[in-house]
Design a protein around this ligand. Structure first.
Ligand code: AMP
Length: 215
């Protein structure tokens, strides 16, 4: 399966991607995760990316495209891949098409996870991530049993810098103006599928699998 996951920040793309990788045994390529890893490692790329990420703006296309191409060339992508958080604008989508054509691994589907705007704010401001294992919680919908601690490994939970309210507003604006137009882009190509991203994680996953044809 070769898939692009579309949807606003907070739509639950990452959560669904994690379930898809288990089911299909293919890698998830999250540009947000790759960029955060570069920021933590303090690489030159990470230093450049951080200033954009903290403001809720998109990191320059050139930086992201290089990173994705390098990742797609790895052997584990030969049996398929799930792109999560990429592409984020038309320039990236067009560059991705070219890249995938030359790598002979074109997309099967673009799946959009749709969530009403009002729900996104709560999901994002409530999000907490475990420093040790990456497990995510939400103080409104899926609170950890012990405040500030991970249920799985007892690691410390933190709020991502870009999950603060002002940055979230900017991220949602950027999504509406730059990323939402990709729905049309993939619709025209005839590969767009959509599911409502509301309800339990498992119920959404059932809809995701049905939309992907249960393959
Ligand atoms: P995410 O975790 O996907 O919401 O990404 C967090 C931040 O990383 C975004 O707000 C952007 O600053 C940056 N980012 C992630 N993916 C991309 C991308 N494909 N293009 C540009 N910037 C990105």
């Amino acid at each position: 399966m070769r898939l692009v996951l579309l949807g606003a920040p907070g739509a639950g793309k990452g959560t669904q991607a994690k379930k898809l990788i288990e089911k299909y045994a293919i890698p998830q390529i999250s540009t947000g995760d790759l960029l955060r890893a570069a920021v933590s490692a303090g690489t030159p790329l990470g230093k450049e990316a951080k200033s954009y990420m903290d403001k809720g703006e998109l990191v320059p296309d050139k930086v992201v495209l290089g990173m994705v191409e390098e990742r797609l060339k790895k052997d584990d992508c030969k049996k398929g891949y799930i792109l999560d958080g990429f592409p984020r604008n038309t320039v990236q989508a067009e560059a991705l098409d070219k890249m995938l054509t030359s790598l002979k691994m074109p997309l099967d589907s673009a799946l959009s996870v749709d969530v009403p705007f009002e729900d996104l704010m709560k999901r994002l401001t409530g999000r907490r991530t475990c420093k040790a294992c990456g497990q995510m919680f939400n103080v409104y919908f899926n609170a950890p049993k012990k405040e500030g601690k991970c249920d799985k490994c007892n690691g410390d939970l933190f709020q991502r810098d870009d999950d603060k309210e002002a940055t979230i507003k900017k991220r949602l604006e950027v999504y509406n103006s730059q990323t939402a137009p990709l729905m049309d882009y993939y619709k025209k190509k005839g590969i767009l599928k959509a599911v409502a991203g509301v309800g339990s994680i498992d119920a959404i996953f059932d809809k995701v699998c049905a939309a992907l044809g249960g393959k």
